[in-house]
Design a protein. Structure first.
Length: 193
């Protein structure tokens, strides 16, 4: 059995760094509130969870792979891919479809899909590099990329539908890091009235 790099000493400081950076950004911009701090905490935990489950395990004493890089790469869509993996990859990226509109001023399908694609591609490249160079325990898979992006889009779709409910939308506005166009118009008309 190979020795592994311990996960918690890596992901706990990572979560703390994301939380600290997010809190600093909120305080510096004058937008700090408890609901927004909760989003910062959720972001830190989410990033740590993604790293813990996609980069690790990394083995300490596993021989470095002499196999070609392609042996750590699955590039044929839907080949030898299980439905459970597809569902898991969709579910894991649903939070991206919620976090992007909470964190950015103008969320759109395009932005959510772009963020999900860049995040997923970063994960897959990291898995490829760690599998080849330091004995990582994952392979890079184009199916993961496809279903992760789908998960981000599904999260955004569900979130967008829920935002059509006025009470839910008003509740969510307290968690947004930037005001929406509708909220700015409401505040402007209230100040003029």
């Amino acid at each position: 059995m190979f020795q592994q790099v311990p996960v918690l000493p890596v992901v706990i400081p990572l979560a703390a760094a994301v939380l600290a950076g997010s809190m600093w950004s909120l305080i510096r911009s004058g937008r700090f509130s408890v609901p927004r701090a909760a989003v910062a905490l959720a972001l830190g935990v989410y990033v740590a969870g993604i790293v813990a489950n996609t980069v690790f395990p990394v083995f300490l004493d596993k021989p470095v792979s002499s196999a070609p890089w392609g042996s750590h790469l699955a590039v044929v869509p839907f080949a030898d891919y299980e439905i459970a993996d597809a569902v898991m990859n969709v579910l894991v990226f649903v939070p991206v479809g919620v976090l992007v509109p909470l964190l950015t001023a103008r969320a759109s399908w395009r932005r959510v899909v772009a963020v999900a694609a860049v995040l997923s591609l970063t994960i897959e490249v990291t898995q490829l590099v760690t599998a080849h160079l330091v004995g990582g325990g994952h392979i890079a898979d184009v199916n993961d990329l496809l279903f992760n992006v789908t998960g981000g889009a599904v999260g955004f779709a569900v979130f967008s539908v829920l935002l059509r409910v006025p009470s839910f939308s008003a509740f969510v506005d307290r968690f947004r890091w930037h005001e929406t166009e509708v909220r700015r118009a409401e505040v402007g008309s209230a100040q003029r009235g």
